[in-house]
Each structure stands twice: as structure tokens, then as C-alpha cells.
Design a protein around this ligand. Sequence first.
Ligand SMILES: [Zn+2]
Ligand SMILES: [Zn+2]
Length: 131
Amino acid sequence: MTAPSSAGGTCFCGEIRFSTELPSKWCAHCHCSMCRKIHGAGYVTWVGVEDDGFRLDRDRGLKWYRSSADSERGFCTECGTTLFFRSQRWPGEVHIALAAFDQPIDRRPQANAYYDTHVDWMPVDETLNRV
Ligand SMILES: [Zn+2]
Ligand SMILES: [Zn+2]
């Protein structure tokens, strides 16, 4: 099986459609308290891609807001799905919530980020690297 060369997805209502070229740069679970709160989930699995290969095929509902001093997050104003993250800490990258993809990407989650702040009510893959 050959790895896919691109993949795409949408928000829940479809007002936002995106696609990205692959390979991705990384895929990791984020256990930080902001991701948990914003996504309403135990942790969020992110995929990092090159900004150059990332395309918004439809962005009617998209709004970006500042979630910390150097970072912003993109969500759908129609249905509330949070899909994107970008930060001055990772220039040239867009982080996309893996759950928003409708097609498989090129890799499995590889790491637990902010593991120190993970919750105890959600199972965590302890075999992954902590970053
Ligand atoms: Zn939507
Ligand atoms: Zn996070």
C-alpha cells in the first residue's frame, strides 16, 4: 500500500473544507488544558503540515481567534467545530485536528505532548514518546 499524497476534511456542517498535501510533518496527542477545554475532549490529536501544501477549499464559516499570546485557532462559526491551530512557535506549519479529516493520513500518532497535564479519566497510550 502506498502512502496517500493528500487528504482533506471538513467541519461538522461543511462550511469549512480543507485539504493538505502529504507527507505530514508529525502527528501527536496534545494533553494541554487549552486543547482539552476548547475541543471538549480528554485530549486532541493534531497533525502538523506544511503551510505551503495546505488549502482552504471553502472557508465561509472560518474564524481565527487568538488563544494565547503567540497562537491562534480556527473554528467554524456555524457549527463550532475547532479544526486549526497555528503559532509563531511553529512558523510555516498548520496544525489540523486529526478528527476533522475524512480520509486517512500518512501516519499514526507518534507522541504525547503536555503529558504532564493529562487527565486521569481517559486512557492514554503510554508507549508513545512524551514531548
Ligand atoms: Zn461548520
Ligand atoms: Zn494542546
